[in-house]
Ligand binder design. Sequence first.
Ligand code: SER
Length: 887
Amino acid sequence: MTSSEIRQKFFDFFSSKAHTIVPSAPIVVKNDPTLLFTNAGMNQFKDFFLGNKTAPYSRVADTQKCLRVSGKHNDLEEVGVDTYHHTMFEMLGNWSFGNAANSDSDTGGYFKKEAIAWSWELLTEVYKIDKDRLYVTVFEGDQQEGLERDEESFREWKKYISEDRILNGGKKDNFWEMGDTGPCGPCTEIHVDCRSDEERAAVDGKTLVNADHPQVIEIWNNVFMQFNRLNDGTLQKLSANHVDTGMGFERLVRVLQGKQSNYDTDIFSGTIEETEKITGKKYNAAAKPDDEEWKQSVAFRVIADHIRAICFTIADGQLPSNTGAGYVIRRILRRAVRYYFTYLNYKHPLLHQLVLPLAVQFKYVFGELYDQAEFVAKVIKEEEESFLRTVDKGLAMLNDISENISGEDAFKLYDTYGFPLDLTKLIAAEKGLTVDESGFEAEMQKQKNRSRAAGEMETSDWVVVAPQALAEFVGYDVLEIRTEVIRYRKVKAKGQESYQVVLSANPFYAESGGQVGDTGKLVINGQEYQVTNTKKENDLVVVFVESFPADFKGGEIIAKVDASRRRRITRHHSATHLLHAALKQVLGAHVNQKGSLVTETQLRFDFSHFSKTEPDQLAQVEKLINRKIRANIPVVIREMPKEEALAMGATALFGEKYGDVVRVVIIDENYSVELCGGTHVGFTGDLGIFKIVSETAVAAGVRRIEAVAGCIAEAYINGQIGQLNDIRQALKNPKEPLKAIENLQRENSEIQKRLNNLEARQLVVLRNELLQKDEIVNQINFVADIVEVSSAESLKKLCVEVGSQLRDYVVMLCANINGRAFVALNIAETVNAAKNLDASKIIKEQVCTLIKGGGGGNKSLATAGGQEISQLKEAIAAVRSLLQTTE
Ligand code: SER
């Protein structure tokens, strides 16, 4: 069976059990402060488990793109070293939601009995895994938690498998928790023993379950969600029971294809073959850690694994960057680069060449990569090129180093230049030097502590005051409303206390789709409480307030959105849609939104486009938008099935999660149709005027436009006109200000030319005067003086000129140029050699400290600039005495 067939059989099986097959959620998580990436199939369903939201169906199945790169679940540095851990992997899952809306249509939810029966049926009858190779584990209970043994799972398993193959497991393996808090419950795992018959006869497989044996592995986890773990550590029973199962797809395929390693399956073999073709190296799957080819085989696996994580996260809208999720991608990418650079001896961008084959492989599973393959490859190539340049720079730096490398320096190389420790170590070792690794680790730990302290937030448990009330967003139509608080909690960040509140009828728009969150007020018992922001936590809308009544017991309150701020935001959001459509018309259909920020002061729109948008194209875009504004087109908002919207040609964004029914914003059916949850004006005329402020590059293949609309645009245009008036006045109101400026520029450059000529002549005079002052110090011709010149450049030139007339010289010239101290030092090569004098070293050690500045250069010629003009004489004296004392 190919991997595609295996995946399809999973879907077919659960379809036959009345499950609805749903798409994977994006791998990049948007509205969860605790997660950067989807790390389990259940992430997207968390709110169904907690009862914050009603599931549309009671039974679903899917394959979810997951990424585990840090924390308890995975360690990036291990990936590729073994044969079964991955950064990105697919998790096949079947789900039952005990409190779904449409439970009748799919015959309702299920629990342990069905979940266990179906896992067994699928594995043994559909996939035909030998029953003798299977073991299962059940939760043995935990006294401290007050949890009993999972007898029900035990009883169900006994129907299919002999009792001696049902093993007990403790909290670590058989009680699944999403994190420190959140939904959790007992689980039962299925393990498969892939060893040969001889090995199985020699050692009982049962003893190897959960013992990190590479051939006795867990393939499927069935979690029975029954609890919510609270902040104080207690378990709260959920209002309904749910099933969450997760089967590692890559492992399953490995078992079914009878391979020893996940990388030998057809999921990875295509990428490995491609890498072989590009690099001319061969992958040796059997290499052992002591073999010469070991590191090379790890490199092949690292590349095959990492390219998937890199591609799918970029396709879901996350560009590599220096912070957060973007930084994780950058680290993964750099790890892959350093493996091919070092161990496959390949010194050019490689990864981007693997994008298209991968996109084709996953075309029918995760089509978002195929649709954007060219863009993704371009982003990756640029990242590779820039990192390879850094590696080159780092190599040059390391070449100059002749002492053992301190932990601090190794960390600086890593942190500032992105230069990884193992490469530093490798190069150091080639030169017979060592690296202080524990010093490096200590620096790394310090940095981690710093960033943890900065981002730490303490969140108290929710206090529920209206458990029955339902949260509903009413802010499309209403900006002020009498409502009630459903729950609230205290949070503490950076020592500052504030509150978060969930409202029943809620007019505050939560930050999403690029639109910033609303601000405003809550009025509680006549007292006003400032709302500083509104955000989503998964699907829950959380209103942030500065303070909150201490003894709040519930009851009616008033919620008021800052209406004028919201109006400005709304105009910028509608303007963003007009811009998106205009860019597609003017630049072409390849333009796709890559990021957007809609605030009260401006809009920022990032889009895929491979070159600068030319001024005339920007003018066309602006003109088109302003025409649409003047046409005062009604903005029609409709809810409709996703399929219908897409058939209308609606623009959907990659990396966005959409339900079956979507909200569609239509500004002239033939102009702009977008899926969008944001707030919009009633008619385009409301925007007044639209103005582009800037167009810049953000990353490879991504451009950014900043623009303004409405009263902000008016203020911007008036500001520009005001500046022009000021310029006119400064030029004494000429008829044609541009001509006046050009005349000034021309005059200026002529004066400059004349000045240069004069100075050149003066320099000859100065040079001759200086040569008169030549004195012999310790057999050296020493010329030193404070001179009058107009620029640091002239000072340097003069210094070289004086030297050119002498033998065995040291020339040191100083000047006060516009209130700053400048020094130039020129040393003959003969003196470099005979007296071991280095101009750059002298400048740094003797001069810079005195004049309080910086400088540098080379052995023969160096310069410095600083604040202390009064110290120039001292500096000359210092150099003179150095010459006197030198051997
Ligand atoms: N939540 C469980 C896991 O991630 C099963 O899906 O392993």
